[in-house]
Design a protein around this ligand. Structure first.
Ligand SMILES: Nc1ncnc2c1ncn2[C@@H]1O[C@H](COP(=O)(O)OP(=O)(O)O)[C@@H](O)[C@H]1O
Ligand SMILES: [Mg+2]
Length: 247
């Protein structure tokens, strides 16, 4: 059986900058897979390529066996492949619940549907998921008034609203208060085990990714440097050198 997501030999340059170079990796169904690497190593570029945000220069990206590298963002999202951003994308002037509802109406490309005719179950599901990420008490507050960490939790809940098969998270714990990080790790694991969502996670916090992922890929200078189980990656001299050399 082929993996849910298969990236083969993907390269992407921005002008003279080779952001990704011949990257190959796999995300099997049902797993939590990590992607690490120093700043500027090409992690976010790879996510953007996978979700169709920009065309790749060469290589292949398959989701459930279908080539998606020439598809557009919406086409790919409709297949159940979603990502969150390093900088959150929420609507500050809307409440949490409204943000939740608009996230699914965007998927359906029918923005007007939001306030015109809410599907009865959607409002309930929005509240359930806000409860799941710990934002139920704040559901009627403007999203712009939440802390940055809470906005990231809202963005996570918004992604879940779309029932993705594969959710790619770009540094989900960045900017989150350390005391809230363990709760977020638990919720990510719960989304994986209970909702059956496969996760592909970029993470800067080593403790988090070691605790979360079953298999970790490490990029450096746009290339795949190493991959393995958390304990292998943790002790890989090439990985340690890449991080030391970067700062
Ligand atoms: N839209 C863009 N235009 C030009 N250069 C870019 C763009 N996006 C990323 N880059 C460059 O590509 C490299 C990889 O960046 P990025 O994928 O954001 O790395 P990471 O997420 O690992 O920090 C960096 O040198 C960055 O400056
Ligand atoms: Mg990045």
């Amino acid at each position: 059986m082929s993996a849910l997501l298969e990236v083969k030999n993907v390269s992407k340059a921005f002008g003279g900058v080779q952001a990704n170079s011949g990257i190959s990796l796999e995300v099997p169904e049902g797993k939590i897979i990590g992607l690490i690497g120093p700043n500027g190593s090409g992690k976010t570029t790879l996510f953007s390529s996978i979700v169709g945000y920009h065309p790749i220069d060469s290589g292949s990206i398959r989701f459930e066996g279908s080539e998606i590298s020439k598809m557009r963002v919406r086409q790919i999202a409709r297949r159940g492949l979603l990502r969150t951003f390093q900088q959150t994308r929420i609507y500050g002037g809307m409440t949490c619940v409204q943000n939740m509802l608009i996230s699914t109406s965007m998927r359906d490309q029918t923005l007007g549907r939001l306030f015109a005719s809410q599907k009865s179950g959607e409002h309930g599901r929005a509240e359930e998921l806000l409860e799941f990420v710990g934002l139920y008490q704040k559901r009627h507050l403007m999203a712009g008034d939440l802390s940055f960490g809470q906005q990231k939790l809202l963005e996570f809940a918004m992604a879940l609203m779309n029932e993705p098969r594969l959710l790619m998270l770009d540094e989900p714990t960045a900017g989150i208060n350390p005391t809230l990080i363990n709760g977020l790790i638990d919720r990510l694991k719960h989304a994986n085990t209970t909702f059956g969502i496969t996760l592909f996670v970029i993470e800067h916090n080593m403790r988090v990714i070691m605790n979360l992922a079953e298999h970790i890929y490490c990029l450096a200078h746009g290339e795949l440097l190493a991959d393995g189980k958390p304990e292998e990656i943790q002790n890989d001299q090439r990985v340690l050198d890449a991080y030391l050399g970067a700062h």
